[in-house]
Design a protein around this ligand. Sequence first.
Ligand code: ZN
Length: 354
Amino acid sequence: MLKEVNNYLKLLLPLDWLAVIRNDDIHVGLLAPIKPLLIQRSLYFSPDGAVTVMVHGRDLPPASDFWSELSKIQKVVLSSSTVKEFAEYVVEVTHALRQQEICEGVPKFESLWKRAPDSSIDMNPFHERRFKTTCRSTSCILTTPGLKVRRCKECSKLERVLTKRSKRKKKARDQVDITSSPSSPSTPKKTQTHSSLNTPAQRKRLKYQSRTIKHQQQVIRRQKERIRKLMREEGVVVDKDLSAELATILESAEGLTPFQKLFIQQQLKAAGVKGPSGMRWHPCLVRLCLSLRMLSPGAYEELSGMLRLPSERQLFDYSHAIPAEGTSANDVAQVNLLQGESTGVVEEEISMSV
Ligand SMILES: [Zn+2]
């Protein structure tokens, strides 16, 4: 009877599927597309209709979709009257297995395969067309319901793990890139033209340039904020004419010495301040004015009429910031002795210098 079944099967089985009789069973197998005879998938039919399935030499796991498909097929028991029906049953079950596709595992992230948890590397010894080499879960179900489903649910879990690891690795690599300077050996030299670089080097240079631009934009933004804050807190409102004059002065201030610039700045600042006490004078200017006032109070008074200078009162505050302890007749006599000057002048000098 089995021979009769086999004769039917030779006619009915799809291409690359063959049937043999062994140990009172019918064995149906799919040949691998290579010269040595290698069976990718095997079905073992007992005369009572029971089916055993092996894929890549492994028993097909119970979670495979094939088993639910098999349950929909009416089982046929082989007898002299059911030879043809049995052969048709074998073909139908074979067709159900043929509809299943081999799980392709996780063919990506090859560098992570070795350390992937609960997995093994499949070097594709059965020459499946869906992948070259892959990494699959140790619980891989081996089959998927069809072409649209690329991997079983166990290998999908593995793929998610490897995807996360890959992202972490990439992130770590990017951080290393950020910390490396453009002159490090792994980065292209500044002198190399963009067109002479290969694609990865071009990408690296563009990435670095993009980071530099972002950084500079950040610096400019901060500087603008600082200037706005200063203008809010210390800014002085001036009319249009003065503004134009200031602009002209600042534009033509190239050849001025630092002290000249400071003097002009102080004059401009003082011009915008209401009342003499509102101006905070620069220490250099205070020192100059103290010196001028000491040399000639009359000349200082004359000059104060033309320029904005610290008032007498302000100069007094500066010169008496540290309370004077007073001078004894002894001190005056000593100073007179040292400088040989008149008593009045020396007293004034001491008072100014404290
Ligand atoms: Zn799988």
